[in-house]
Structures are given as C-alpha cells and as structure tokens.
Design a protein around this ligand. Structure first.
Ligand SMILES: Cc1cc2nc3c(=O)[nH]c(=O)nc-3n(C[C@H](O)[C@H](O)[C@H](O)COP(=O)(O)O)c2cc1C
Length: 210
C-alpha cells in the first residue's frame, strides 16, 4: 500500500475482531518500521507498552473510561513520553553522528549546549512538549505502518493518566500522550463515511497568519 492510500484509508476503528491476536513478529515489525520517525535531535523520547494480555486489557479498559475497544482490540499500545530522554540519549546520538561522519568530535560540546538551550531542564514545560510532540510523531508513524501492514488502529486520550501510570508501573515523571488500539476490523462492520474535515481555505494561509 502506498503512503497516500494508507493516509486516505486509515480510520479510527471502534469495532475490532475480539478474538484475533497479532503475531509478536508483526507487532515488532510495526514498531521497528515506525521508529524511523523523525525526532528532535534524533533523541527518540518514547517508550511503548504493548498490552495484549486479555486480563491486562480488561484492567486498561477500566482506566480508559470503559471504552470497549480497549478490551476488544488485539493489542493496545500505551505511548509513553520520557522527558528525561535528553540526558539519556544525547551522548549516544552525538557519538553516532561523529562515527558516521555527520560532524567532527569537537562539535559535541556545541550540540550539548544546543540541547540544553532548546529543551531546558527536565521539569520544564518545554521539556514536556519536546517529549510529547516527538512521541506523538512516533504514534502517527505507528498508525500509518499498521495500516500499510493490514492492521487497523484507534488513538485515544480518553483515559485516566494517573490510573494508567499506577496500574502499569509507569514512573510519575513520564507522560502518556495517547493509547493506540491495534487490531483487525470486526467482520460484518461497515464504516460510516469519513467525518467532517475543515476546509482548506479555513486553515491554510501563505506567508503570514492572516
Ligand atoms: C490524540 C487522539 C485522541 C483520541 N481519543 C479518542 C478517544 O479517547 N476515544 C475515541 O473514541 N476516539 C478518540 N480519538 C479519535 C478521533 O475522534 C478521530 O481521530 C476523529 O474523529 C477523526 O476520525 P478518523 O480518525 O476516523 O479520521 C482520538 C484521536 C486522537 C488523534
């Protein structure tokens, strides 16, 4: 499936085939291909918890305002954004840039300074935005790759973040931009037509906001 077709055909699916598993290799393929998503300074501030155990999905459904798709989808991905990824990953990223010839070793200090200036300290709002925006790009990439590999998805922010953190042992300083249900469309379901989208003229301007 080409990328334009995948974008046009992706829909947020409410009715998943409840008893169909996704093979572990296919989940891996989705997450591995999707990780080629871009990220600020290539810092990849995401983690993913794949919830595919029936009992754990039931528990997650309770944290997600009882949305049935959380239990019925083959798996639900808890997208975790890690504001601490700057400290954790920057050295690795810079070393690989040196190794691959993107920059000379003496540039490392400059990039350390840039990262500090751009993302501020770990507790700052700026840092939270950094983690959430990049993890959301990864999430979109996951939805597109899933579509390309014959799977359906549904992103969700209808959940109690504190309850999800507590139940799935996620440290307090992490953020959860969304959950993504992944699976197969339930047989016999016909999707309603694609819902309203804004008119191009209402949100696009050239060269200025107004
Ligand atoms: C970040 C995000 C959170 C969402 N949260 C929910 C949700 O909790 N429950 C739900 O039924 N739909 C949720 N949606 C799905 C949207 O309602 C859906 O994307 C939108 O109506 C457009 O439909 P489409 O994705 O089929 O084009 C969410 C979508 C996004 C991107």
């Amino acid at each position: 499936m080409d990328v334009i077709q995948a974008i046009k055909e992706r829909r947020s699916i409410n009715f998943f085939e409840p008893d169909r598993d996704i093979p572990a290799e296919k989940i891996r393929e989705v997450l591995e291909v999707a990780k080629l998503a871009p990220s600020s300074m290539n810092l990849q501030p995401w983690r993913v918890i794949v919830v595919n155990d029936q009992e754990r999905k039931k528990v997650l459904r309770k944290c997600a305002f009882d949305q049935p798709k959380v239990e019925e989808a083959s798996a639900v991905l808890i997208m975790v954004a890690d504001p601490g990824s700057v400290e954790e990953n920057l050295d690795k990223v810079l070393e690989s840039w040196v190794e691959l010839g993107y920059m000379k070793p003496e540039m490392k200090e400059t990039y350390n300074g840039i990262a500090k200036a751009l993302y501020s300290d770990e507790q700052s709002l700026k840092r939270k935005f950094f983690a959430v925006k990049n993890t959301s790009l990864y999430a979109m990439s996951i939805m597109m790759v899933a579509k390309g590999l014959g799977l359906e998805t549904h992103p969700m922010d209808g959940f109690d973040e504190d309850a999800v953190k507590k139940t799935f042992s996620i440290p307090d300083d992490m953020l959860i931009p969304m959950l993504i249900a992944v699976g197969y469309l339930k047989s016999g379901i016909t999707l309603l037509p694609r819902a309203y989208r804004k008119n191009y003229e209402n949100f696009v301007t050239f060269n200025n906001y107004t």
